[in-house]
Ligand binder design. Structure first.
Ligand SMILES: Cc1cc2nc3c(=O)[nH]c(=O)nc-3n(C[C@H](O)[C@H](O)[C@H](O)COP(=O)(O)OP(=O)(O)OC[C@H]3O[C@@H](n4cnc5c(N)ncnc54)[C@H](O)[C@@H]3O)c2cc1C
Length: 388
């Protein structure tokens, strides 16, 4: 079928990564088309995110990319006059366990090497940073003040508005069902409504990425697993940072859990189940709230009076090693993979989008080589990211 329109770049997926990518490309003067099977920007797993934005990772790729994201998000309102709900309260990881203390302390020099502002603080300071935190057995923790929170509802609107000002076209309710190819080159996409050609295609299809393996004839190692989150009614503002408790839960069902207080005063929270729920089931399950409530009250006893307003479920698009793939698709010219964002797509998206735009416009990534190497498509996927 002949393509009915030609672009410089087609972005498949208008989520946490595709939408900022479109913005950076359009800002650089590219003619961009964004396609999404859903009805609006950020309606995939983007809107499931609780808004945490940290450069506190163990992997140089994620640290460098998220530092870029923080720079973009924290300056967005000043630059574009649009409030994205940014709150710069940092991230705090209170520690009660000797082995967790050791692993976090061991990471600090490495994190600093890639530009992260992070320090180990004693138990008294943790109690100032996280008022009301349970002091029994508290050993101290890490604090990275440059991290923060953003609204996963406002951010997609912000990126789409600016991208459109620079001429980007958005087509919603339109599903990519195939790719146009000439030999080993991807030359466009076929959708359920037509076909479009382009110099470049960026695949940013989130939890659906693996479905494109067959369409493209390459293996895309992304497996979604589902996670639940919730939000309370607003309470008086008392908490600045987003807090992560890395301990496994006493009930045997949870790994880490994390929460913060958004600008509206609501407590927003999430946990990682010990046994992952592989697949794309987005139905809430009954065990989430009782289990999570137990953990929250143990860490901050005054949460016993919290009124929970809503819970929801979404997917982490996981790679085997917990690190995204942001790379040229070797063997297929004209295609960039921007998939496997795991539990950090919202925070990675703005920086990843800037990097992808640089790969297309300048032919080269804009983060350090050591960081970019982490995102290679042809790596062995045997590593493990400690703070995924
Ligand atoms: C409970 C929970 C809490 C989370 N909290 C955080 C957090 O605090 N911070 C953080 O950074 N991350 C968080 N995440 C993770 C984050 O939500 C994901 O990593 C991120 O949304 C993935 O971004 P993405 O762009 O890859 O996918 P998405 O945002 O899902 O975008 C992919 C888009 O591609 C579209 N698409 C797929 N296939 C096609 C096709 N064939 N044709 C057209 N369109 C297509 C989809 O409709 C979708 O809109 C959380 C996730 C969950 C579930």
């Amino acid at each position: 079928m002949p393509a009915n329109k030609t672009y410089d770049v087609i972005v498949v997926g208008c989520g946490s990564v595709g939408n900022p990518t479109a913005y950076h490309l359009a800002e650089a003067g590219m003619k961009v088309l964004v396609l999404d099977r859903r009805p609006a920007a950020g309606q995939g797993d983007n809107k499931a995110a609780i808004g945490g934005v940290r450069a506190t990772h163990s992997d140089p790729g994620k640290i460098s990319t998220c530092l870029e994201s923080i720079d973009i998000i924290s300056n967005w309102e000043e630059k574009h006059g649009f409030d994205v709900g940014w709150k710069s309260g940092g991230y705090c990881l209170p520690v009660y366990d000797e082995s967790i203390e050791k692993s976090l302390k061991d990471l600090i020099p490495y994190q600093k090497k890639f530009g992260l502002d992070i320090k180990w603080v004693g138990p008294e300071e943790i109690q100032e940073i996280v008022p009301g935190v349970n002091p029994v057995g508290l050993r101290g923790g890490t604090y990275s003040p440059g991290d923060g929170q953003v609204s996963s509802i406002l951010l997609p609107v912000a990126f789409q508005r600016e991208a459109m000002k620079h001429g980007a076209e958005y087509r919603f309710n339109e599903k990519v069902i195939g790719y146009l190819k000439e030999g080993d080159r991807v030359t466009g996409v076929k959708t359920d409504k037509g076909s479009y050609s382009a110099e470049w295609v960026v695949l940013a299809a989130g939890a659906d990425a693996a479905e494109h393996s067959e369409l493209l004839g390459i293996d895309i190692p992304v497996t979604p697993d589902s996670h639940e989150a919730g939000i309370s009614a607003p309470i008086e503002h008392f908490l600045e940072p987003l807090v992560v408790d890395l301990r496994p839960g006493p009930e045997g069902k949870t790994a880490n859990f994390y929460f913060g207080q958004n600008r509206e005063g609501q407590i927003i929270f999430c946990y990682t189940p010990k046994e992952l729920f592989i697949g794309t089931n987005r139905e809430s399950i009954s065990e989430f709230l009782p289990v999570l409530a137990g953990r929250m009250i143990t860490l901050i006893p005054s949460f016993k009076n919290l009124l929970i307003r809503r819970i929801w479920r979404g997917c982490y698009p996981m790679t085997p090693d917990g690190i995204p793939i942001i790379d040229f698709a070797k063997g297929l010219e004209g295609l960039i993979l921007a998939v496997g964002m795991c539990g950090q797509g919202l925070m990675l998206g703005p920086g990843a989008g800037k990097n992808i735009a640089s790969m297309i416009v300048n032919g080269k990534h804009c983060i350090p080589d050591e960081a970019q190497n982490c995102f290679r498509y042809d790596r062995d996927y045997k590593g493990k990211e400690a703070l995924k």
